[in-house]
Design a protein around this ligand. Structure first.
Ligand SMILES: [Zn+2]
Length: 126
């Protein structure tokens, strides 16, 4: 599978298709970003919701650009408007399997903001 080159200057006024999104997760920059955050959390990041050991490094405001902008603005946090730009910039959170699944479901239902309001702890994004 061919891994596309990340070009920050590239205009992407549309959502990337699923294949292109998956490819971003295989880039060296992604592994680096994830590893850096893991170190910041002492090598053992905890789920922001339940505090259990986390295994998923997650994009806080999600994949969908419209929803991401709405969520970020409602929560008063900074998030770039385009998925491709947010991908390596975050904001990120660590989640356990259970909470990553429930967050993903909420995101797909367009209810990410509700989910975050219910579950966001004082920890916030990192
Ligand atoms: Zn959890």
């Amino acid at each position: 599978m061919k891994v596309p080159t990340y070009r920050p200057h590239e205009e992407a006024g549309y959502s990337l298709d699923l294949q292109a999104r998956k490819a971003l997760y295989k880039t060296r920059d992604w592994y680096r970003t994830k590893a850096r955050s893991k170190r910041k959390h002492g090598g053992k990041p905890r789920c922001m919701v339940c505090g259990k050991l986390a295994n998923t490094f997650d994009h806080l405001v999600g994949h969908d650009d419209d929803q991401a902008v709405r969520v970020a603005s409602a929560l008063g946090i900074v998030a770039l408007e385009r998925w491709r730009d947010r991908f390596f910039e975050g904001p990120f959170v660590w989640l356990c399997q259970t909470h990553h699944s429930s967050k993903t479901r909420a995101e797909m239902d367009g209810k990410l903001l509700d989910w975050l309001r219910d579950y966001r702890s004082s920890g916030g994004a990192s």
